[in-house]
Each structure stands twice: as structure tokens, then as C-alpha cells.
Unconditional design. Structure first.
Length: 258
């Protein structure tokens, strides 16, 4: 297949997915429950597989990546991040296909353990890197996912002036998207497989009249902290899609419903 034909097919595929995502977002405004599965750290292998599974259902995946994770001199912060990270060639490709790529720190530092000025500097460096490397990125339209889901009240107050919203630790159950909703909280489970915990969180969400579950997963098939399997993800999306009152959306796309 020649290059021009390959690019044409890619554009047609992206356009098809994009149209489906717009339709899903419009339909979501009428739904009572939202689920966001937030995949952190930007593992190359897992991100590609995650995107593939979401595309099967014409959905947009939520992938939160470390700005310098792909650099050769990146210092691995813990034992759960030893596998290869994607680069911004990949992130731009996945974004072009309709997936949501958002910042997860400059080097995955725990900002709750840093002086406020140091934490702020790392956030600024991360946002600048995304601005320079992710096509169309704008800080004011970004959701910043805190590394380790760790933050401080002082950092949160400052960050709320820099980005659309931020995600940190807490209850995974949030109110449905509403105006001026800056702080989003998520639940997670690890370091082992989190599928049973995630199932329980979804059950808890659906037991309420309405709500928005943000659940922090990382990689697939043993990659990362608190992973799930690709087979489980496929079956989960299929199950959730059968619920007429539920939408599956990334964080920024959910906030766009307001």
C-alpha cells in the first residue's frame, strides 16, 4: 500500500471514530451515570491495546502520560514503571484518533511531599512540555492527573487557576459534571489486579440515582500498578455499553457536557 493511500485510510478511520465520539458525547448529556477509566503513566504497549479496545466500541480512551517518560534519561520512580513509555509521536497519533491525552506530571514526582514552589515548577514544566509537543494542547482545557493521586490544599488552589480541572485521590464517586467543577477525585486499587475492586465501584455508582465514577487504572495484562487484563476491559466496555443510562467518557470530554 502506498503512503498516500495509507494516509487516506487513516484519515477516514479517524473521521469515523470522531463522528461516533461526537454522537456519544451528545447522547451523554441525557444520561444519569458516567464512568471514566483513567489509564495513567503512558505505557506504550498497554496504551496501544487500550486504544484498540476502546475503538472497537467507538469510545475515547483517557490516557494520562508523563511528559518525559519516554526520555532515555528518565529516572523510573518505582518498580511499577520499568516498561517502555510511549512518545509524543504516539500520543499525537492517538489524540488524532479521538483519544484524550492529558498530563500526568513532568517526571511523576509525588508533589504532596515537595515544597509548594517545587511542585508548582514541575507542573509548569509539564504543561509547557505538552504545549510544545502535543498538537492543539492548551493548559486551560487540560485535566491534570496528579502522580500517586497525591496533592495538597495549597497546590490544588493554585492548580485550579492553571487548568480546566485536576484529578487527585479520594472517593471515585463524583457529582455529575457541573460548572466550576475543578477538583475531581478517583479511586484505585493495587498493586495487584484491580478488577474486583473496579466491579464493586461500578456497582456502587449504579446503586445511586446519578453520579460520575472516575477510576484510576494503569496498564493492561500485568503492566503497571493495579492493572486489569485486556479481556476484562473488552467485556467491561461491552457490559457498560448495554446500559442506556450510562456514558463512558474521559474527564475533559465529560466536563465539556456542561
Amino acid at each position: 500500500m502506498n503512503t498516500s493511500r495509507r494516509e487516506f485510510i487513516k484519515k477516514i478511520t479517524s473521521a469515523s471514530i470522531g463522528t461516533a465520539l461526537v454522537n456519544e458525547a451528545l447522547a451523554a448529556k441525557k444520561k444519569t451515570h458516567i464512568v471514566t477509566l483513567a489509564f495513567d503513566d503512558g505505557f506504550r504497549k498497554s496504551s496501544l491495546k487500550t486504544a484498540e479496545i476502546f475503538e472497537k466500541y467507538k469510545l475515547s480512551a483517557s490516557i494520562n502520560v508523563i511528559a518525559t517518560g519516554h526520555h532515555k534519561d528518565f529516572v523510573v520512580p518505582d518498580e511499577y514503571q520499568v516498561t517502555e513509555k510511549g512518545d509524543f509521536v504516539l500520543w499525537n497519533e492517538l489524540q488524532n484518533k479521538g483519544h484524550e491525552i492529558m498530563p500526568h506530571g513532568y517526571k511523576h514526582a509525588n508533589k504532596a511531599k515537595l515544597p509548594l514552589s517545587d511542585a508548582q515548577k514541575l507542573v509548569e514544566m509539564c504543561l509547557e512540555y505538552f504545549t510544545n509537543n502535543l498538537k492543539g494542547f492548551k493548559s486551560e482545557r487540560a485535566v491534570f492527573s496528579m502522580p500517586y493521586n497525591a496533592s495538597t490544599p495549597e497546590l490544588e488552589s493554585w492548580l485550579a487557576t492553571k487548568v480546566l480541572a485536576f484529578r487527585t485521590g479520594g472517593s471515585g464517586l463524583n457529582a455529575l459534571p457541573h460548572r466550576d467543577q475543578k477538583k475531581l477525585t478517583c479511586s484505585a486499587f493495587g498493586p495487584g489486579n484491580c478488577e474486583q475492586h473496579l466491579d464493586n465501584e461500578i456497582k456502587s455508582l449504579l446503586s445511586q440515582p446519578s453520579g460520575w465514577l472516575i477510576y484510576n487504572v494503569h496498564g493492561l495484562d500485568g503492566e503497571g500498578w493495579g492493572p486489569i487484563t485486556s479481556g476484562y476491559l473488552d467485556k467491561l466496555l461491552d457490559r457498560l455499553m448495554s446500559n442506556d443510562n450510562l456514558a463512558i467518557l474521559p474527564m475533559a470530554k465529560a466536563l465539556d457536557l456542561v
